[in-house]
Design a protein around this ligand. Structure first.
Ligand code: FES
Ligand code: FES
Length: 168
């Protein structure tokens, strides 16, 4: 067993873990962060995406020991302390960017990272930015609309999906 310490959603946790433990399993099973989900066993789906020191990563591709000393943000840590949804969460809700919701935590974490890198992405750039995240339900169109609505809100502009020519 190896001692690891990491800050997750603003709280520092120190635990003994097996060296082979994946970060996603540590988050879910040791820390109770079950908002981060596992959707595959091939590192393809992106449902497990979290932020590791500010970068979106698939937490099934990272060992818990590799996150020692790191700052991790999960979907459970993106809302404001008063419970107000993050603009990206709000946009997914308002634009119907989800159906079953299984992909949604990872989609939102990937989208937040995308908008940090590119605050005003085109449709194509949104699709490229979330290409590591699979959705079996929505056909992606409303996800793209949601990301663009969030981009408008985060940048304070009046840009809406309607003004970009996106179709439902
Ligand atoms: S569970 Fe991590 S990519 Fe699918
Ligand atoms: S909403 Fe069902 S997988 Fe995306």
């Amino acid at each position: 067993m190896t001692r690891v310490s990491m800050q997750v959603d603003g709280v520092t946790y120190t635990d003994e873990v097996e060296p082979r433990t994946l970060l996603v399993h540590h988050l879910r099973e040791a820390l109770g962060k079950v908002g981060t989900v596992v959707g595959c066993d091939t590192s393809n789906c992106g449902a497990c995406t979290v932020h590791l020191d500010g970068q979106a990563v698939k937490s099934c591709t990272v060992l818990a020991v590799q996150a020692d000393g790191a700052e991790v943000t999960t979907i459970e840590g993106v809302a404001a302390p008063d419970g107000s949804l993050h603009p990206v969460q709000k946009a997914f809700h308002e634009m119907h960017g989800l159906q079953c919701g299984y992909c949604t935590p990872g989609m939102i974490m990937a989208s937040i990272d995308l908008l940090k890198e590119n605050p005003n992405p085109s449709d194509t750039e949104v699709r490229e930015g979330i290409e590591g995240n699979l959705c079996r339900c929505t056909g992606y169109q409303n996800i793209v609309r949601a990301v663009q609505q969030a981009a408008g809100e985060l940048s304070g502009s009046a840009t809406t999906p309607e003004t970009t020519g996106a179709q439902a």
